[in-house]
Design a protein around this ligand. Structure first.
Ligand code: ZN
Length: 228
């Protein structure tokens, strides 16, 4: 992954932000306030004491003795750990007018993510490449990583996570095209079951021109570091 490039781009983004027409930016926020609020509302209500009691029962049922030193606080730690994995931070996307008329792909590569598979509740983690072809508006670059983080904060399948990030980007920013590629290692496949250590799963969702135009599609996959 190329963090130095990303940091540099983020600095440029801040400069763009300072130059952006503020009235326009406020308009854009109003435009996006509704989906942002809707997303914040679906955050789960977390009941830690009940989760802790259930974790204690779960471990006891599997023969784990909680009276041993080091394990007595484990149910509480388990509850807090899963609460952290399932608790998305509110997401607020702000777009800016594309005053420079930038019409090439914008891609954030190597965004690390972690989530939990909804089938086994075991972690899966990897990297995301998220990009779009701007139209009227551009998005703060850090928001591409925040989008992945937001949708990863719940039990997931890799397929759904890929699609949710792409759909949301497409619906909120109205780009000409949007693309998401995720590559992840699922511990439910590498540590148990077939124990396919080192196996990774790749998923992609392409929308708009990235889906329809073979050249844009090939360019996206090349820049995302994937074979088309
Ligand atoms: Zn699984």
């Amino acid at each position: 992954m190329n963090w130095s490039a990303m940091t540099h781009e983020l600095t440029l983004d801040e400069a763009d932000l300072a130059e952006a027409d503020l009235a326009e930016a406020e308009l854009a926020e109003a435009e996006l306030a509704r989906p942002a609020q809707l997303l914040a509302e679906d955050a789960p209500v977390i009941d830690l004491p009940t989760a802790e009691r259930a974790a204690a029962q779960f471990l006891a049922a599997l023969g784990v003795r909680l009276d041993e030193e080091g394990l007595s606080e484990t149910p509480a730690r388990m509850a807090r750990a899963y609460a952290e994995l399932f608790g998305p931070k509110p997401l607020r996307l702000t777009t800016f007018p594309n005053t420079e008329g930038y019409d090439e792909l914008v891609i954030a590569r190597g965004i690390p993510f972690r989530t939990v598979c909804e089938h086994h509740l075991l972690p899966f983690s990897g990297v995301a490449q998220v990009g779009y072809l701007p139209s009227e508006r551009i998005l703060g670059l850090s928001k591409l990583a925040r989008l992945v983080e937001y949708f990863a904060a719940r039990p997931q399948t890799q397929e759904r996570l890929t699609k949710q990030v792409a759909d949301y980007l497409f619906e909120c920013v109205h780009p000409l095209g949007a693309g998401v590629v995720l590559e992840a290692e699922h511990t439910c496949m590498t540590l148990r079951g077939v124990r396919a250590v080192g196996a990774t799963t790749v998923t992609s969702t392409l929308l708009g021109s990235l889906r329809e135009d073979p050249r844009s599609r090939a360019e996206f996959f090349a820049l995302a570091g994937m074979a088309a």
